[in-house]
Design a protein around this ligand. Structure first.
Ligand code: GUN
Length: 293
């Protein structure tokens, strides 16, 4: 069994991005600039945004964080989005989710200029991805395709089974891997809560992607010998074996499944570290005007 080391692959990609940023600054005196909008005081969102800022610093990009109180109205937030859409200093920006309940997330996402939507959440970017036009790819699907490619795993003609059809992971990754493109061309099955014979379908996968959001849902009898297993889940559970009293586990029962497969991503240290890399990669593309010209 080979462990797919997401931390190491993410570090490699960050080094590549840092070199490109340094070259841009040398050639054009241009420093890519990512902004993040943070509304309210969700602790996880604050942690994610701080990690995004740090990643920008690490690769030599500029970053700005716009923090607003939880009482911010939808109209005020739409005005902030409008301001960032028109700020020539900002190459790309994200609005950290979730937003407070009184704000319609879809309305906010649709207000972002697709050219600056480095999360790849705007329907224009989703649509462009579907028809294989240049687009900002969403973080986790991009991360998964990079982990597969950089581990030397072929996708062409392979049976890929994705478990979970969320807008930000399952659905887009199923599209990316089935597209007529390099590291696509797979035969993809997208499973969900209404799928019949799930165990049998999963056990037929050459590459199994677990993005269902249920701790250790994928058991050994759902995995084919020699399969590649990508675990997108991340759950914090109580443990008396760690100092903190908690440990992180994924959607895959790692102990038993790892004995059967050829490659597997650990949790933590698999898919997780790749997601921020995707964001800074999109910001670099935005600064270079690679997607929309
Ligand atoms: N909240 C959790 N993940 C994400 C993400 O990738 N982008 C944004 N904007 N918010 C998130």
């Amino acid at each position: 069994m080979n462990l797919i080391n997401g931390k190491q692959i993410a570090a490699e990609i960050k080094t590549e991005i840092a070199k490109e940023v340094a070259k841009m600054i040398d050639d054009d005196d241009k420093n890519p600039h990512l902004a993040a909008v943070l509304v309210g005081d969700d602790p996880a969102s604050h942690t994610y945004v701080a990690a995004k800022e740090k990643a920008c610093q690490n690769v030599g990009m500029l970053s700005s964080v716009y923090r607003y109180p939880a009482e911010t109205t939808e109209k005020e937030l739409l005005n902030i989005v409008h301001f960032l859409n028109n700020d020539p200093e900002i190459d790309g920006f994200i609005v950290q989710l979730p937003l407070p309940k009184h704000i319609d997330e879809n309305k906010v996402i649709e207000a972002i200029d697709p050219k600056k939507d480095v999360d790849g959440f705007h329907p224009v970017n989703v649509g462009r991805m579907v028809i294989n036009l240049p687009a900002y790819l969403p973080a986790t699907p991009f991360g998964i395709t990079q982990l597969i490619q950089r581990s030397g795993i072929e996708t062409e003609g392979k049976n890929v089974v994705v478990v979970g059809r969320s807008n930000i992971v399952g659905t887009p990754v199923s599209i990316l891997l089935s597209r007529k493109a390099k590291f696509g061309n797979a035969t993809v099955t997208l499973c969900h809560s209404k799928t019949e014979n799930l165990k049998e379908v999963c056990a037929n996968a050459d590459i199994l992607i677990a993005a269902i959001g249920v701790p250790e849902f994928i058991k050994e009898d759902m995995v084919k010998d020699g399969a590649v297993v990508i675990d997108v889940g991340m759950h914090r559970i109580k443990s008396d074996k760690t100092k903190s009293g908690f440990k992180l586990i994924g959607d895959v029962a790692f102990e038993e499944v790892s004995k059967k497969c050829s490659h597997i991503t650990p949790v933590p240290g698999g898919v997780g570290p790749m997601t921020i890399v995707a964001l800074i990669n999109n910001t670099l593309k935005a600064a270079k005007k690679e997607v929309y010209g």
